[in-house]
Ligand binder design. Structure first.
Ligand SMILES: Nc1ncnc2c1ncn2[C@@H]1O[C@H](COP(=O)(O)OP(=O)(O)OP(=O)(O)O)[C@@H](O)[C@H]1O
Length: 300
């Protein structure tokens, strides 16, 4: 995947209030072309609200938002054709057959093709890409859960979106379907250079797919960086364990690679059973959320 410096999504000081309750406070982040960004956060943190504002489905209370160069509150059809949204699961159109349904939806995008981006995606090629060749002639209502999710993805990308929104894409997937889906998104990003904004509660998914992670807690961004950067900042140090002349040692260090090099330089083959434990994204995430939740409102 190539990431460029072009900012495709720019959120600055975003606020959202439902009635008298503020649910987003001064949310600021950017996404660059070709980047996969995972938006993480506990239930009620404001992820779906943020995504809906960015998609143009919900009006914000304040702040500046630019998505593919336009304000989503005023995005026209041409702008919308450049976005892809993978919804929770396609329940309608059960009597349509997979190929005719995708053909039909693709028709909406034909007028929005550009010199660089042929729209829509050729239906046969799209069906192969999402792995539904065997179901192309079947009615949607006869598809299994995993096959439906593949269809959801096909619906989301039929217009070859420049920016793809995935809101909890693998919730309720079995491990095989989840793994297939991750492969599919990885291929899409690599081949099409699509930019992706993903929300998930699955930290392995975030670690696997995302170049960058933004953590939202109580409507505020509490962290923004790569999984490695967040781990180093929050969990701090790696733990190195080894056995030397029959004795066990444990050492915390900020630079475990250098520590191990020095250990071998000093003791050579006498160092045995070396283990390096890095903080997992899960530990980091839980620490971040705990820290945010224990900070008094007035000091944030
Ligand atoms: N239409 C609405 N009217 C009033 N309050 C709402 C509305 N939609 C969401 N909220 C509130 O806004 C807050 C943020 O909700 P949101 O759905 O954006 O969170 P989330 O991070 O997506 O949560 P989850 O992980 O549970 O999906 C919550 O406190 C929720 O109760």
């Amino acid at each position: 995947m190539t990431m460029s410096d072009t900012v495709v999504l720019d959120v600055d000081g975003l606020r959202m209030r439902y009635g008298s309750v503020d649910v987003l406070h001064d949310v600021t982040f950017q996404i660059r072309h070709g980047e996969v960004l995972a938006l993480l956060g506990p239930n009620g943190a404001g992820k779906t609200t943020t995504i809906e504002i960015l998609e143009g489905f919900r009006a914000r209370s304040a702040g500046r938002v630019q998505v593919l160069g336009a304000d989503p509150a005023h995005g026209d059809e041409r702008w919308r054709a450049r976005l892809g949204v993978v919804l929770q699961s396609w329940r309608d159109h059960g009597n349509w057959r997979v190929r005719e349904f995708l053909d039909h939806l693709g028709g909406y995008y034909a007028g929005y093709a550009t010199a660089g981006i042929p729209r829509p995606w050729d239906t046969g090629e799209l069906i192969r890409t999402v792995g539904l060749e065997g179901q192309a002639g079947k009615k949607i209502k006869t598809l299994s859960g995993g096959q439906r999710r593949r269809l959801d993805v096909a619906v989301g990308i039929v217009g070859r979106p420049e920016l793809l929104f995935l809101d909890e894409p693998t919730a309720s997937f079995d491990p095989q379907a989840r793994s297939d889906f991750h492969g599919l998104v990885g291929e899409l990003v690599a081949a099409q250079e699509t930019t992706v904004l993903l929300t998930t509660h699955d930290l392995h998914e975030a670690e696997k797919l995302a170049d960058r992670i933004v953590v939202l807690s109580g409507g505020r961004i509490v962290a923004d960086g790569t999984a490695g950067e967040l781990a180093r900042r929050i969990a701090g140090e790696d733990e190195v364990r080894w056995l030397l002349n029959g004795q066990r040692f444990v050492q915390k260090t900020a630079d475990s690679t250098r520590f191990a090099q020095e250990l071998f330089a000093r003791y050579g083959d006498d160092v045995q059973e070396l283990e390096i434990h890095r903080a997992s994204l899960e530990q980091t995430y839980l620490a971040l959320v705990r820290q945010a939740e224990s900070t008094p409102e007035a000091t944030r």
